[in-house]
Design a protein around this ligand. Structure first.
Ligand code: ATP
Ligand code: MG
Length: 326
């Protein structure tokens, strides 16, 4: 099956992810797929949590932290700014504290606590996670293309979902128990809704959002996950390992795309030994890829004469990925 056929045959798969090791072409293929789908008249959002703002680079537009930005008709791109998200959290916490205790100023100790909690790496992770959940549960686009950060991180993200889930289960159970006491207390105090009750509601809301997003991202009817590989020994080995891990998290794999294939026509031309050697070496690894991944290899994309930035280059990649004109 070709990449195009996987799209044609699975029209319900509207969450698309490209995974793979660093620098192999995830962002390039995310942008090119978004471009191709948009040209087909689908409304597409391509988004990333990459602080390196590589979607800004490839589209040649500064979109970092600006929400969904229209790149061309039907094509929107968004880069999440985790720091900005954390600042919004801080403001929310401050507001809650002020409202709850009727304060006008946040006391210094509390302020410094808020500051140090926000410096925790876990805070950044959860800010990113939350932003992704927001996007994924949104539902206003025909396609969502999640341009993933390099593999290790993507795995971490997926494991986060299950860790979060367990954690929230525990807290929710605890809260439910406490709620019974709290209700008694609040009846005695004639309060309408106890504070515990509100916290429980918030936790259940978080749980709902996480379940919804992780179920979308691991549902093979809704999600397509493609691995980007290149014809190199280490990449083939690492990808095999990673594919095993992804299977563990029940992420359905939709196939592999081989990037940076040196055009074969060069073989029959008068080329220096150096290039001829590289071509031969690549041929060996391409055969190995076919052996190892077999029918799951969907398509090969050539090494282009220059970096992929700007819509005309993105269009070239899209044509090579999906075959023919968009
Ligand atoms: N087929 C290709 N021909 C020429 N250049 C390419 C090709 N594919 C990718 N590139 C270039 O390789 C570099 C890395 O590609 P890209 O940013 O898409 O990788 P990535 O997997 O998203 O990287 P990261 O892991 O850092 O997010 C970019 O400069 C891109 O333009
Ligand atoms: Mg990238």
């Amino acid at each position: 099956m070709s990449l195009r056929e996987t799209f044609d045959k699975n029209p319900d798969r509207r969450y698309i992810m490209f995974g793979g090791k660093g620098g192999l072409g995830k962002t390039t293929f995310s942008a090119a797929t978004a471009y191709w789908l948009a040209k087909q008249g689908k409304k597409v959002l391509v988004f990333s949590v990459d602080p390196q703002a590589s979607l800004s680079d490839i589209f040649k537009r500064d979109i970092f932290g600006k929400g969904p930005v229209e790149i061309m008709p039907n094509l929107f791109a968004q880069e999440i700014d985790a720091d900005q998200r954390i600042k919004e959290y801080q403001d929310e916490i401050r507001k809650k504290i002020r409202d709850m205790y009727g304060m006008t100023e946040i006391p210094e100790e509390i302020e410094s606590y808020i500051q140090s909690a926000s410096a925790e790496p876990a805070m950044e992770e959860s800010a990113i996670f939350d932003a992704v959940v927001d996007i994924v549960v949104g539902g206003e686009y025909d396609y969502y293309i999640y341009d993933l950060v390099p593999l290790g991180h993507a795995l971490y993200y997926l494991s986060m979902a299950s860790v979060y889930d367990q954690w929230i289960d525990k807290i929710t159970a605890l809260r439910t128990e406490m709620e019974e006491y709290a209700q008694v207390a609040s009846v005695m105090k004639r309060e309408k809704e106890s504070e515990e009750d509100q916290i429980l509601k918030e936790l259940q809301e978080i749980k709902y959002r996480i379940n919804k997003s992780s179920s979308i991202l691991t549902d093979k009817h809704k999600t397509a996950f493609f691995f980007v590989i290149t014809p190199e020994e280490m990449i083939i080995l690492d990808t095999q390992k990673a594919a095993g891990l992804f299977a563990k998290f029940d992420v359905p794999l939709s196939g592999y795309i081989v990037n940076r294939v040196i055009p074969r026509e060069l073989f029959s031309q008068d080329i220096p030994d150096y290039l001829r050697n590289r071509l031969e070496m690549q041929k060996g690894y391409l055969d190995k890829i076919d052996q190892v991944f077999g029918a799951d290899v969907l398509t090969r994309v050539p090494e282009f004469e220059r970096d992929i930035t700007g819509l005309p280059m993105i269009e070239k990649v899209a044509n090579s990925l999906f075959g023919g004109e968009a």
